[in-house]
Design a binder for this molecule. Structure first.
Ligand code: RB5
Length: 142
């Protein structure tokens, strides 16, 4: 499975650690930046990740900024992207089970790294439930 990942400066440390974690678990990882601690603009990294997910170049994405909201707002401008913010494992499970989020968004300034990692593991392991949730997703695109 190939995962795209991006962050701004606020999410860089968690991105770096998550890349190591995912590679260690056998995932293929495409890093869309940033790779600097310099202050930067989250859309510069969210748009390329969204394009790659929407085009099927990666199987899913992870995006990290301070609150997660800048990434989520930007990603959700793209047709076919369902970017969902998670801050605990219950929400990380539901964002896949109910919303079939193809990008997981993490708020680095408001969760520990251990929690961010747990959210990633949960999101990856949880299947989409389909059924009434597919009907609701269809209405997003309608
Ligand atoms: C950067 O200071 C911060 O604004 C950004 O990481 C994010 O929280 C925006 O939504």
């Amino acid at each position: 499975m190939k995962i795209g990942i991006c962050s701004d400066h606020a999410g860089l440390d968690y991105k770096t650690r998550l890349i190591s974690y995912l590679l260690g678990k056998g995932y293929e990882v495409v890093n869309f930046g940033t790779d600097s601690t310099d202050s930067c603009d989250y859309p510069d990294f969210a748009h390329p990740l969204a394009n790659a997910v929407a085009a099927g170049e990666v199987d899913g994405g992870i995006a990290i900024c301070g609150t997660g909201n800048g990434m989520a707002i930007t990603l959700n401008h793209h047709k076919g992207i369902r970017a969902g913010l998670a801050w605990n494992t219950a929400v990380a499970a539901l964002v896949k089970e109910h919303n079939n989020a193809n990008v997981l968004v993490l708020p680095a300034r408001f969760v520990s790294y251990a929690m961010a990692n747990a959210c990633v593991r949960t999101w990856l392991a949880t299947p989409f439930a389909g059924g009434r949730h597919q009907r609701r997703i269809d209405k997003i695109e309608a």
